[in-house]
Design a protein around this ligand. Structure first.
Ligand SMILES: [Fe+2]
Length: 161
């Protein structure tokens, strides 16, 4: 039987750096890379490859001995007009994210697209192979997120505990 622990873990041992919002405001001035244009043409990615936000993230990586250090984290902005259906992430196995803007809940589903669970989070690990969905409800949503393509949710869960 699947429980929320199999796909969602709220990270409470560490606080996200409080300067991330200001950092995002700086990044927001630059043009992002459009992705997933099939979903409302309003989703942009900005890779964080230097600066204080990266330093904070690298300290977290070091503290929890997180793998896949070569890939930089990104800010992802889901615009008010974006709409991504229930999906499993094609590329990642799992991700760790900080909510920067927006309080819309993330919803989890089973393979029959029946809803299992919904939650909001500040800092969390998500199993992105579990079907999931977030209705932006016509409002902006921004995450600071690191994806894992070779490391399973279970392994990351273990490291974060
Ligand atoms: Fe996703």
């Amino acid at each position: 039987m699947t429980t929320p622990d199999d796909y969602f873990f709220a990270i409470t041992k560490s606080e996200p750096w409080s300067g991330l919002v200001n950092e995002w405001n700086e990044y927001n001035l630059k043009e992002g890379v459009d992705k997933w244009t099939e979903y409302g043409d309003d989703i942009q990615f900005r890779t964080v490859s230097s600066g204080d936000a990266l330093c904070w993230w690298m300290a977290i990586e070091q503290m929890y001995k997180l793998p896949e250090k070569a890939r930089d984290p990104q800010f992802i902005r889901f615009g008010p007009n974006s709409s991504v259906p229930i999906h499993r992430d094609p590329k990642s196995l799992a991700w760790i994210a900080v909510t920067i803007v927006g309080d819309q809940p993330i919803e989890f589903y089973n393979m029959d697209k029946e809803k299992l669970y919904e939650t909001t989070y500040k800092f969390a690990l998500v199993n992105s192979k579990q079907p999931h969905y977030c209705d932006v409800k016509g409002e902006e949503r921004v995450l600071f997120r690191k994806i894992y393509t070779k490391t399973s949710y279970e392994t990351l869960l273990h490291l974060l505990n």
